[in-house]
Unconditional design. Structure first.
Length: 324
């Protein structure tokens, strides 16, 4: 009897793990996983020249039935079309945007077994309960690397090869894949065309869009210049228009009718603004870098007769950039 009692106690201890394993998780599944997640920045879509980092949040739930023991699980995310956890990508034709997904706001990359480490998956558990179902709320994060100069498109850049994966158990205890949900990440790349008027040799400055060209005391052949800088991801056209038909008018006009002519040279070529109508002076296709493309403009005072009335002479040139 003594030996039998010892044997019965040993048998009960050996059975406990297998009984617990059988009752760990009952019908675990995903709930509320969005099938499509669209990137949104302060301007709407993805602006290729915006240096801001807009972290997106994706919410979902995990649900399971009544458990007789603690149910442990974790959630993983596949690589997507890139095949690389460290460099996921959205694509549109031959063009691509690098992005990534993270388990936390601190940007721990969201991965899947067998590559993932403990912090690179989203872990959860359900306690022993008599409730019919239990639901846990979870989220993860993703963002697109800023200032990637890709062309604007009418359709989204997308990664449709992603799979959110639900495993029972833990990374260290032979986990089992029990559910998956397809997720598409996408972004609409905005058409962006910007213009900056800066001093000669200065970099692009989105806030610098006017230049005051002061010749001081006018003299024939006097020159002044500045740079016109354009950046675009959709092709561009630049036009110029002279308010006074390419002459500087006396401040006392029309009472004082004297004018002073001047010449305009852009990137080494003369520009005729004498009609007073807008004149297209530059066009380009494709994308430019975030620093833009610079075009030097040189203004030269024409020949003075020496009989011009004293006073201030001026003209206004409007410079406009549009997407092609």
């Amino acid at each position: 009897m003594r030996d039998l009692g010892r044997h019965a106690i040993a048998c009960a201890c050996l059975l406990l793990p297998s009984c617990e394993a059988a009752a760990l998780c009952v019908s675990p599944k995903f709930v509320g996983v969005p099938s499509v997640v669209t990137f949104a920045s302060s301007s709407g879509g993805y602006n290729v020249y915006d240096s801001g980092k807009f972290l997106q949040t994706v919410n979902f739930q995990v649900e399971a039935g009544t458990t007789g023991a603690t149910c442990e699980y974790f959630v993983a995310l596949s690589t997507g079309q890139s095949g690389d956890f460290n460099r996921r990508k959205l694509s549109q034709g031959a063009n691509a945007l690098n992005y990534n997904a993270y388990t936390d706001a601190g940007k721990t990359i969201f991965k899947a077994p067998p590559t993932a480490a403990q912090g690179e998956v989203i872990s959860g558990s359900f306690p022993v309960t008599i409730a019919l179902t239990q639901t846990n709320n979870h989220n993860f994060f993703w963002t697109i690397d800023p200032q990637q100069t890709v062309p604007a498109q009418q359709t989204h850049y997308a990664d449709a090869n992603l799979s959110l994966q639900l495993y029972t158990g833990t990374l260290l205890s032979a986990p089992q894949l029990v559910a998956s949900a397809a997720v598409t990440f996408r972004a609409l790349v905005e058409s962006t065309v910007d213009l900056s008027l800066v001093r000669s040799g200065a970099p692009f400055n989105i806030n610098d869009t006017t230049q005051l060209i002061d010749f001081g005391v006018l003299s024939s052949g006097e020159q002044r210049g500045f740079d016109l800088v354009v950046r675009s991801n959709n092709g561009y056209a630049v036009s110029m228009q002279s308010l006074n038909r390419q002459v500087m008018v006396h401040a006392g006009a029309p009472a004082v009718s004297d004018t002073v002519s001047y010449q305009v040279v852009l990137s080494g070529g003369g520009v005729d603004l004498s009609t007073g109508a807008p004149v297209q002076v530059i066009s380009g296709t494709g994308t430019t870098p975030a620093t833009g493309i610079s075009f030097p403009i040189e203004l030269t005072v024409g020949n003075l007769s020496g009989t011009e009335a004293a006073g201030t002479y001026s003209d206004i040139i409007n410079v406009t950039v549009t997407a092609n």
